[in-house]
Design a protein around this ligand. Structure first.
Ligand SMILES: [Cu+2]
Length: 358
């Protein structure tokens, strides 16, 4: 009988090991599942239904549309001089880049969503694969334990075994049930740690980005700097009473981040006050923002569109009111935006580029 049980144990444990070795292959072979794109009507319904109607008693500090860091509005008065009219064309095109269009929204939580947002960066696609692989392993472990419990309850119940057996040890099984979990943990740990370092410590990528985005967390808004382009601005939530038709509650900002598609963006994060977390699910970004520290990560947006994220570290009273908004645009649009943004957010300050990896 003991031999039989040993065989059963050996068989199931070998099967588990086999699945463990297969899991990474399964994960990488499987294409990242796609969430079907909802219709515009559904999306609009989502923005109405998904958020409750409670608003903070007062507007979020500093939350005023187009108020942040704007040193000089190019068209403060209506008089158009010949010099202005040339700027006016640029200005219209500039404004068009970050004009909200619900049809362009790609990265946003959907009603009844149970899986990730559609990945828009290789980082997120990889993380989904890792998640799926580990999901296979933990599902098998859970089923194995459940199966063993049921087997033991039925096979060794008191009624069927009036005279209980009195053995206490089985060296083979004891060695196995120590070693196998260790191997499973190593099997899960290696790809996990490797993924972590690939996205936070990847010198090859982080040292040679196409551009840098420096993010500073504040209570309760974000400020962004483009050190190579000489652009810096603050980004505040748009209060509910200032939202236009179709704009999602608690996610719209006055000054969104604009990045070019297909370019490696090094993201540097730090904080001016408390710990925040810079999170953009579709890009696989989730980086703590710590005062006195400079953290680095990266992403490469693969699809144009509008993406939303939120602060993901409880940082105080208005933690839920400091959203993050990305416009991923073509390279031409980005170049145009850079020119316009330089004017709009003119600071006159020299921006310094610090880096962990030189
Ligand atoms: Cu925060």
């Amino acid at each position: 009988m003991t031999q039989n049980r040993t065989r059963i144990f050996l068989f199931t444990l070998t099967a588990m090991l086999g699945f463990l070795m297969l899991a990474p292959q399964l994960a990488s072979a499987q294409e990242a599942p796609r969430i079907p794109a909802n219709s515009r009507a559904e999306r609009e319904r989502a923005s109405d239904a998904a958020y409750n109607k409670d608003q903070p008693e007062k507007a979020v500090p500093g939350a005023k549309r187009d108020s942040a860091h704007v040193v000089e509005e190019p068209h403060a008065d209506d008089e158009i001089t010949p010099a202005d009219s040339e700027v006016a064309i640029d200005s219209a095109a500039f404004d068009a880049i970050t004009t909200f269009d619900p049809a362009k929204v790609r990265g946003i939580a959907r009603p009844w969503q149970i899986y990730y947002q559609e990945p828009a960066s290789p980082v997120q696609a990889h993380l989904e694969g890792l998640h799926d692989g580990i999901m296979v392993v933990i599902t098998l472990i859970t089923l194995l334990v459940l199966g063993l419990l049921i087997y033991v309850c039925v096979r060794f119940r008191a009624k069927r075994n009036p005279n209980p057996q009195r053995f206490a040890h089985n060296t083979v099984i004891e060695v196995l049930w120590t070693l196998v979990p260790i191997l499973i943990l190593i099997g899960i740990g290696i790809p996990s740690v490797r993924a972590h370092f690939q996205y936070t410590n990847n010198e090859n990528i982080i040292s040679n980005p196409d551009m840098t985005l420096k993010v500073t967390g504040h209570q309760w808004y974000w400020s962004y700097e483009y050190p190579e382009h000489g652009i810096a601005f603050d980004s505040n939530i748009v209060p509910e009473d200032q939202l236009n038709e179709g704009e999602p509650r608690l996610l719209m900002v006055d000054n969104p981040v604009v990045v070019p598609v297909g370019k490696v963006v090094r993201v540097q994060t730090t904080s001016a006050d408390v710990i925040h977390n810079f999170a953009m699910p579709a890009m696989g970004l989730k980086q703590d923002v710590v005062p006195g520290r400079l953290n680095e990560t990266w992403f490469k947006a693969t699809q144009e569109g509008i993406y939303f994220g939120q602060c993901s570290e409880l940082c105080g009273k208005y933690h839920g009111f400091m959203p993050i908004m990305f416009y991923v645009v073509s390279e031409e649009e980005f170049d145009l935006w850079v020119r316009g943004a330089k004017e709009k957010f003119a600071t006159g300050e020299h921006l310094q580029l610090a880096s962990l990896h030189q």
